[in-house]
Design a protein around this ligand. Structure first.
Ligand code: TYC
Length: 106
């Protein structure tokens, strides 16, 4: 009876179980272009907070400069929030208008 597999054993119980383990949503961290933040400052931010090499950071910075925005990383909600806060604080402390935001992944 246990799993209605025609026997009284419990061997089919596992097939009735649908483990609904929803993975936590991921968030994209976006960097926005502006006309005033120095390119070298943006490169430094990407190296410092996103673990990029100088070459990677320069490439991503140029993408933001040309396209207006780029995803600089994908993280859990808590980590994404921390990264955004770190970038915004660092930019403000240096009086640059650099903007960083996060957006839920589809
Ligand atoms: N557009 C800036 C400049 O010409 C450079 C820049 C790049 C600023 C990326 C912000 O997220 C940014 N100095």
């Amino acid at each position: 009876m246990a799993g209605d597999n025609g026997t009284d054993d419990d061997t089919s119980v596992i097939t009735d179980v649908r483990p609904k383990t929803k993975r936590p949503p991921l968030y994209k961290v976006l960097l926005l272009n502006d006309d005033y933040t120095p390119m070298e400052f943006v490169v430094h931010v990407l190296e410092r907070f996103f673990g990029m090499t100088h070459a990677q950071a320069f490439e991503v910075m140029l993408t933001v400069h040309k396209k207006g925005v780029a995803v600089v990383g994908v993280f859990s909600h808590e980590i994404a929030e921390t990264k955004v806060g770190q970038v915004m604080d660092f930019a403000r402390r240096h009086q640059h208008p650099l903007q960083c935001t996060m957006e839920k992944e589809d």
